[in-house]
Write a protein that binds this ligand. Structure first.
Ligand SMILES: Cc1cc2nc3c(=O)[nH]c(=O)nc-3n(C[C@H](O)[C@H](O)[C@H](O)COP(=O)(O)OP(=O)(O)OC[C@H]3O[C@@H](n4cnc5c(N)ncnc54)[C@H](O)[C@@H]3O)c2cc1C
Length: 388
């Protein structure tokens, strides 16, 4: 391990590897560290949706679309196939009453430039013949896609390595050191690395690292379960989410069974390249408790059957849990830190980190290199929490 680098990136999930890859394209002398293997954190315990459809109209939608566009190009450059498929996604709307809210949502998204359109009951039936007959309609977003998050992280890391970035897995960071100019070193269990720039991309574990330079990050683990179904029993060819998922994600009360409400259960369906499908979602604040809760699994399965009754006899072959890095305003922190010059944060992507990894890598690269940022980063800066 070399003892000095221009930039040290901490965390090799989709976010850290994207930062490493973007910096590597400029020939930056960087090292990418992780206490485990590449993609050993949340990026291997999640789904792989790359979505615009679920983002708030306005800044959040534009950011997600920009990230989709960057990813679309990036994917052609990577040395590994990351299973990227542009199948589009659909928000399924349960009732005519909800269709009115869905229309307003779609209209507002269109006004902000998202290519999105309503599907009535008949069109939904034609697109998804296995869907429950009483589903009133849906919203289709054709730019949405799916990717294998682990393959994406490995592809980005390998691309960065080929461009000269040093990869250091199984190296745990214990602290960042500051001197009168700012960041001067990163301490690890394999020695100290001298540097003037450190990027914290440690996902839900970022607050521990930031605390060593006296910075508090408002990031909390929001646990989610994922159910993996057997191969070759696909009920649908695109990805699908229930309209109520938007409320579950934002913690807004919904008209579902109290148990489902309590565990934030909302139907999410993801088709994988391998021919399996993944079912989500749940959202809970239970600290870092990683266990699979059979009751949550049962609720998620029941919610999925409500939309696709034909999957009742499909085997679930695996269940896993992961921790979304939650922030109070549901936006990531992509930011330099004024109090610690040379320290950057790229964390807190909650349930959007796979989709936003590409734009995050590009933005942090712009910030570290002092370039004009590709998008206005103001809503993503750490200082937005200062007044709270
Ligand atoms: C159930 C679930 C479903 C999801 N579905 C989607 C989805 O469909 N689409 C989407 O866009 N997002 C989704 N997400 C969110 C997405 O997975 C995360 O936002 C994303 O993976 C965060 O990536 P990251 O690189 O910031 O963090 P991580 O992948 O957690 O990477 C952080 C890395 O930092 C390392 N680290 C921690 N501490 C240290 C240390 N002290 N020293 C060195 N290394 C350290 C860890 O080992 C880890 O590898 C989902 C999340 C969950 C839980």
């Amino acid at each position: 391990m070399r003892r000095a680098h221009d930039v040290v990136i901490i965390g090799a999930g989709v976010v850290g590897t994207s930062i490493a890859y973007h910096l590597s394209k400029h020939g930056v002398d960087a090292v990418l560290l992780d206490r485990g293997d590449i993609a050993g954190g949340t990026s291997s315990a999640c789904d792989g949706h790359v979505l615009t459809i679920d983002k708030n109209p306005g800044y959040d939608s534009r950011l997600a679309q920009k990230s989709q566009a960057i990813l679309h190009d990036l994917i052609q450059q990577l040395p590994l196939d990351a299973g990227y498929r542009n199948w589009g996604s659909v928000l399924a709307v349960e009732s005519e009453e909800d269709m009115e809210a869905a229309e307003r949502f779609a209209e507002s998204k269109r006004e902000h430039g998202t290519a999105i359109r309503l599907m009535d009951r008949a069109e939904m039936r034609a697109d998804a013949p296995n869907l429950a007959e009483d589903i009133a309609g849906g919203i289709l977003c054709g730019s949405d896609s799916v990717i294998n998050p682990m393959a994406l992280a490995f592809g980005l890391a390998e691309g960065a390595r080929q461009n000269g970035v040093e990869l250091q897995p199984f190296t745990e960071v214990s602290a960042i050191d500051l001197d009168e100019k700012g960041v001067c070193a990163v301490r690890t269990d394999r020695g100290t690395i001298f540097t003037r720039a450190a990027v914290c991309a440690a996902g839900v574990w970022s607050p521990r690292i930031a605390a060593t330079v006296g910075i508090q990050l408002p990031i909390r683990p929001r646990k989610g379960h994922v159910l993996v179904a057997e191969q070759d029993r696909l009920p649908y060819w695109r990805n699908m989410l229930e309209f109520g998922y938007l409320m579950a994600k934002r913690g807004v009360p919904r008209e579902v069974e109290p148990d489902m409400e309590q565990c934030g259960v909302a139907f999410v369906f993801e088709r994988t390249v391998a021919g399996n499908f993944l079912l989500g979602s749940s959202r809970e604040f239970v600290g870092f408790e990683p266990g699979v809760n059979p009751e949550v699994v049962r609720l998620m399965a029941r919610r999925a059957e409500r939309f696709f009754p034909c999957i009742a006899d499909v085997h679930i072959i695996r269940v896993y849990t992961g921790f979304r890095p939650y922030t109070p305003d549901h936006r990531p922190i992509i930011s330099p830190v004024d109090e610690a010059p040379g320290f950057f944060v790229a964390a807190g992507h909650e349930g959007n980190g796979i989709g936003l990894a590409a734009i995050t890598g590009r933005l942090i690269s712009d910030m570290v290199l002092g370039k004009e940022p590709i998008v206005d980063p103001s809503p993503l800066l750490l200082e937005r929490f200062a007044a709270n």
